[in-house]
Design a protein around this ligand. Structure first.
Ligand SMILES: Nc1nc2c(c(=O)[nH]1)N[C@H]1C(S)=C(S)[C@@H](COP(=O)(O)OP(=O)(O)OC[C@H]3O[C@@H](n4cnc5c(N)ncnc54)[C@H](O)[C@@H]3O)O[C@H]1N2
Ligand code: MOO
Length: 419
């Protein structure tokens, strides 16, 4: 009998339905890098703030130099000098003022003639005319005072932070960094920092110990997404112990993610502890890897409802499910728009099935993406070698070389940590 399974999109909607964007806080620009604006920002001051010279040269009246040529230069006395930051004096008729790039344009002047077109002397001989306005940057020509400089939802990278500084906004309203708690579960798991030969605390046997790799992966992925991460694990297969850890984690976080213990086994602790919590959902999603999933909320002592996303324990499934379901939840907590979908051209044919399949894949020299050879379903090695996960849609058709498919980039997520 065919099993009822929800689609990836339905499960993502179910996860996002548990999320409320965090209330905004006011922070300085120094603290704002990489974060998401909670409200539109209007310019407190115009950019440029005043009409200023775009070249080093002479401020003049365009009409007075209109006849200038190299054969018959126009000669004007130089009545002053103005540099960036200087107070400005009006330009008398029939005269020029030496002016430096960035200096305010003297009232009366409407043209800056670059030094290269002049003798550079006093009196100055100007060899070339130009229309009024040339080499002058007008007040507000980039951003007018009061104009919206950045919209709510904008992510604050280097250029956006510079713009906020320029428009006179030393602080901005942002969503706080989301806090995420990562809880790995499984009696077989040992903290890799403690070595692999240890018998896991509470283990049924010393044989079969497995290093907890999900915590390392998910903590890094959440950190790269801008979240503040706390890790609580590995937790053994005891529902009471798990509930205690979950309750403690929920008190000081905005989102809990668990791994393991949600399929059909005798020791599936997460499911046992949460399946009768009101509103909690467990079930299969039509995706491979990552079929068993769950989501719901728990309530803290101060009546906050904290979303809990329960991911499968198998490491490849845990990471890919995190990218599909938890990253969008973190973005929604931070008030950001969904991450734009990435697409790529297939470098090899791929057979689609009746469910979404994620394949570790690599780009070739032409920028086309192909599944890595030797895919065995749950290879952490292949995942570590992959540039991207290829998202094969549940269409059942044969995708041809050259078809455009969705991908989830892997390497690029961590580029910025590389220096
Ligand atoms: N009878 C059924 N069995 C299974 C089903 C099912 O539907 N019916 N689903 C299979 C699928 S698909 C997956 S995926 C797994 C998911 O199971 P759980 O989420 O309950 O995960 P565990 O059983 O706890 O662990 C699975 C596997 O992964 C290893 N693991 C778990 N956590 C970690 C960790 N933090 N670091 C490294 N490795 C971890 C664990 O040792 C197991 O080998 O269930 C299938 N079974
Ligand atoms: O859904 Mo699972 O395919 O073994 O990850």
């Amino acid at each position: 009998m065919a099993e009822a399974r929800t689609s990836v999109e339905e499960h993502l909607d179910r996860v996002l339905a548990t999320i409320t964007a965090l209330p905004p806080v006011e922070v300085t620009l120094a603290e704002a890098a990489g974060r998401v604006l909670a409200a539109d920002v209007a310019a407190a001051v115009a950019v440029p703030r005043f009409d200023h010279a775009a070249m080093d040269g002479f401020a003049v009246r365009a009409a007075e130099v209109a006849s200038a040529s190299s054969g018959t230069p126009v000669e004007l006395p130089v009545v002053g000098t103005v540099a960036a930051g200087d107070a400005v004096h009006p330009l008398p008729e029939g005269a020029a003022i030496r002016i430096m790039t960035g200096a305010p344009v003297p009232p009366g002047a409407d043209l800056v003639v670059p030094f290269e077109w002049t003798s550079g002397t006093d009196p100055v001989r100007i060899r070339q005319p130009a229309p009024a306005g040339r080499h002058i940057r007008r007040a507000g020509e980039d951003v007018a005072a009061g104009e919206v400089a950045l919209r709510a939802g904008a992510r604050l990278g280097p250029a956006q932070l510079g713009l906020l500084a320029a428009v006179g906004r030393p602080t901005v309203s942002l969503r706080p960094r989301p806090r995420i708690a990562v809880i790995s579960t499984g009696a077989e798991l040992v903290d890799p920092a403690k070595g692999h030969t240890l018998r896991p605390e509470g283990a049924r046997s010393a044989v079969g110990a497995v290093a907890d790799s999900n915590t390392a992966t998910l903590a890094a992925a959440a950190h790269a997404a801008g979240a503040e991460v706390s890790s609580y694990g590995p937790v053994t297969d005891d529902a009471v112990a798990f509930r205690d850890v979950l309750a403690a984690a929920a008190e000081s976080t905005d989102l809990v993610v668990t791994t393991g213990g949600i399929s059909a086994g005798d020791h599936d602790v997460v499911k046992a502890a949460l399946h009768d919590v009101e509103g909690f959902w467990f079930g299969p999603v039509a995706i491979r890897p990552g079929r068993p999933q769950g989501v719901g909320t728990v309530t803290t002592a101060d009546r906050r409802r904290v979303p809990v996303v329960t991911l499968p324990g198998t490491p490849v499934a845990a990471y890919s499910s995190f990218l599909l379901f938890v990253l969008p939840a973190l973005r929604a907590l931070a008030g950001g728009p969904p991450e734009p979908r990435q697409r790529a051209t297939l470098g090899a044919p791929v057979q689609a099935t009746d469910r979404t399949v994620l394949l570790p894949a690599a780009y070739d020299d032409h920028g086309r993406v192909s599944p890595l050879p030797g895919h065995a379903g749950h290879s952490q090695r292949l995942l570590a070698e992959a540039d991207a996960l290829l998202v094969v849609p549940p269409t059942g058709v044969l995708l041809a070389t050259g078809d455009v498919v969705e991908v989830i980039g892997l390497a690029s997520r961590y580029d910025t940590a590389g220096c």
